[in-house]
Design a protein around this ligand. Structure first.
Ligand code: BGC
Length: 739
């Protein structure tokens, strides 16, 4: 996609500007500072720490510090600035008071909404609803743009097969195909068709690359993977984002096969620019250039900044390494000025593409006021939240509940909580805007239904329990709705977990509630797959509700009381035990597939199957699959197969089904996955209705990288599965034949 962002008239203007710029001004374009954080690297922080100045004085000094930088034309970007008034004030200094008037670009982590907080990305991924994910990104962009933001550090398109890694919450789960489709939808949603549209913002594909493959699921840890896995599993979502026109990339913290991504020429130039054809700019992750020293990959920050710049890393986020360490090295020739110019060119290119030179003030306070939490945004948050819920169990049709009951007991540490439902990375979200599960239920039931609440225990504090009160509240109820899970800071960055069970005494609470003999509905609030075998075996119904944002309570109530028939399917496998991790459906075939036989690939002390497989999710209705049909039994490499299947709603409620297509390459010159997702369709069916669902499968897409790293499509037998999840489905086969 070489043509993205290259516009002759812009390129001419960029060259003219570069010709006029001083060395400081050039380097300034490569710097992003975060106010009140950048000061942390200045002597003012020392004064604050030593008590020589008050916090107010510190903020003033800090503000003067970065305003001076803007005025001096030696600052290109700011992170963490929010609000139309502030961003316009700072922009005015850049445009009207700096020598060349180059506008600033304001970036922020707008990960799942700005003020209208949507479900965490992993939850949204479980909707498999690309249109809706595009829409929530569009709304996030609209609100953020109204608040003066030009650029979001999203979407995170890292594949992760390890739920211990806290950042699974921020991505689209374990599957490459699904994640690539979602990456496209989110980039389109943030950026739209025209970057100069003041209601859109620049997106950022992150973290390039391999970050989700951290050994042991420990954040920031080393990543060691074959080039084939890198190209087949981890790269495609980034490629999809590039093809969708993403304007920026963020380098990952980790090293990949021994080289920190931030300073890897292979990654930032060969893979990203030569192979993917990316023309935008690359920002480092926070402090990741300087961390090359701690990696032991650079003697000092000077060497780190040189290696990073020469590798193709354009903008330094929040640390100031480029600011301090580049000038001398360009002056003494260690860094060719042409390399510096190239980085500056890329940054300016995106500023031109955003239209910032023509329209540096893209918002005002009036627009901001109107946009944030606009009623249609809040309504969309409820829609997206409903679609993100996955029904994991529903014994004896416990759900949906009747709205008219004598008494509903709502129990659990997350039942009457606002903050934790926002999930990770909701920096601009306000817990006061969140509907709790309790209030959602209160709003949904009939006026005669009593809703009684008890917390029961804390999420993680083992001392803080009141199980007895919870039991009293539950004892004369018709049904218990237990709302348990994780706090929002238990997932996200730097929140890897060793155990994946319900923290604290929550399982003990559930066991006690189960003893009452009342129907037990468990609502899970969490940022990652959990290991919940006891719950899976004993609860009557399980609603996986993740962290659904401001409309959590209403959306959960919509599902519990049948106003919405759940349709989500897991975007990540739920392990039975943490010892099975990493566990993912598309694993390569082993010579001894797990079975009851002793000498096969499994553990001796637990099941070899996960608790819930990838793609799994129930509905209040049932679906039947039939008539799997292929347009032919043989195809050449350049042909495509048309696959059709009939899906019937065999239950008595209307509902949506996500029909999934998997393939398996039966014999190949490299061991291939047992199956891989290659298509999905979300359809709505009325009771008794049957629809024919069609897929197109390009044989070109069925290749892989061989031992020599050539992409090959090998003739031979392929299996095909079409069904409701990665474990069940109709089976077919076809051959790719030589031409
Ligand atoms: C995270 C990034 C984020 C950045 C800026 C880093 O710590 O890894 O994903 O965009 O901070 O807030």
């Amino acid at each position: 996609m070489k043509e993205h962002f290259i516009n002759e008239s812009y390129e001419k203007k960029i060259n003219e500007l570069i010709n006029q710029m001083t060395l400081e001004e050039k380097i300034g374009q490569l710097i992003q500072i975060v106010p009140s954080l950048f000061g942390a690297f200045d002597e003012t922080i020392a004064k604050l720490i030593n008590g020589e100045i008050s916090y107010d004085e510190f903020q003033k000094l800090d503000r003067n510090y970065h305003e001076d930088k803007i005025r001096g034309g030696v600052l290109g970007s700011m992170g963490g600035v929010t609000g139309a008034e502030t961003s316009n004030r700072l922009q005015k200094i850049a445009v009207e008071e700096s020598r060349l008037g180059i506008p600033l670009i304001f970036g922020l982590d707008v990960i799942h909404g700005y003020k209208t907080i949507f479900p965490i990305p992993l939850a949204e991924a479980c909707s498999w609803d690309l249109e809706w994910m595009e829409k929530t990104a569009e709304i996030a962009a609209k609100e953020a743009a109204a608040a003066g933001i030009h650029w979001t550090f999203a979407p995170m398109v890292d594949i992760s097969r390890d739920p211990r890694w806290g950042r699974v919450a921020e991505g689209s789960g374990e599957d490459t195909y699904l994640s690539s489709e979602i990456a496209t939808a989110r980039v389109k949603g943030f950026q739209g068709e025209d970057l100069t549209d003041a209601q859109r913002i620049l997106a950022c594909a992150k973290h390039f690359i391999g970050y989700g493959g951290a050994v042991g699921g420990r954040d920031y840890n080393t990543v060691d993977m074959s080039p084939q896995t890198l190209h087949e599993v981890y790269l495609p979502p980034f490629e999809a984002a590039t093809n969708a026109g993403v304007g920026t990339f963020m380098s990952a913290f980790n090293d990949l096969n021994g080289v920190p991504c931030t300073a890897s020429r292979y990654i930032l130039t060969y893979l990203l620019r030569d192979k993917l054809g990316f023309n935008g700019f690359v920002v480092s992750d926070a402090n990741s250039i300087a961390e090359c020293v701690e990696h032991g990959y650079s003697r000092d920050r000077k060497e780190a900044s040189r290696k990073a710049l020469l590798a193709g890393l354009d903008m330094d986020m929040s640390q100031g390494t480029y600011l301090q360490d580049l000038p001398e090295q360009v002056e003494n020739g260690d860094i060719p000025e042409a390399s510096l110019d190239e980085a500056v060119r890329r940054v300016l290119r995106m500023k031109f593409n955003l239209g910032l030179f023509d329209n540096p003030y893209r918002t005002n306070q009036e627009i901001e006021k109107k946009s944030l939490l606009a009623p249609e945004h809040v309504q969309a948050a409820r829609e997206m939240a409903k679609r993100s819920i996955v029904l994991l169990k529903n014994e004896h049709n416990t759900l949906p509940l009747k709205k008219k009951l004598n008494k509903v007991a709502v129990i659990g540490p997350l039942a009457d909580n606002q903050r934790e439902l926002l999930g990770t990375w909701a920096v601009t979200g306000d817990p006061n805007d969140v509907t709790t599960v309790l209030s959602g239920i209160e709003g949904a039931v009939h006026a005669d239904t009593e809703v009684a609440y008890s917390k029961g225990c804390d999420v993680s504090d083992k001392e803080e329990t009141d199980i007895d009160t919870a039991l009293k509240v539950a004892s004369d109820s018709d049904v218990i709705i237990a709302v348990v899970g994780e706090n929002s800071d238990m997932s996200g960055e730097a929140s890897s977990r060793m155990e994946l069970d319900l923290p604290g005494r929550q399982e003990e609470l559930l066991k006690a509630l189960h003893q009452t003999g009342k129907p037990l509905v468990v609502v899970l609030i969490n940022g990652r797959p959990l290991t919940i075998p006891w719950v899976a075996a004993h609860a009557d119904a399980i609603v996986e509700a993740w962290q659904l944002g401001i409309q959590s309570g209403n959306a959960i109530a919509d599902v519990l009381f049948g106003d919405y028939n759940p349709s989500g399917k897991l975007a990540a496998t739920f392990p039975y035990s943490v010892g099975q991790v990493p566990i993912y459906y598309n694993h390569p075939r082993t010579g001894r597939p797990a079975s009851e036989v002793k000498f096969t690939s499994k553990y001796i002390d637990g099941p070899h199957e996960p608790l819930y497989p990838f793609g799994f999710g129930l509905s209040y209705t049932t679906f039947e699959y039939g008539n799997l049909n292929l347009s032919s039994s043989e195809f050449t490499k350049n042909e495509k197969a048309i696959i059709s299947v009939d899906v019937t709603n065999s239950g008595n409620q209307s509902g949506e089904e996500i029909v999934q297509l998997y393939i398996a390459d039966v014999i190949a010159s490299r061991v291939r996955p047992v199956k891989e997702l290659r298509g999905f369709k979300k359809i709505m069916l009325q009771p008794g209705e049957c629809k024919s669902v069609k897929f197109e499968l390009e044989m070109q897409d069925l290749g892989f990288y061989n031992e020599e790293m050539d992409y090959v499509i090998e003739p031979g037998l392929f299996k095909l599965y079409v069904g409701p999840n990665s474990k069940e489905g109709l089976e077919g086969e076809f051959n790719i034949i030589k031409q």
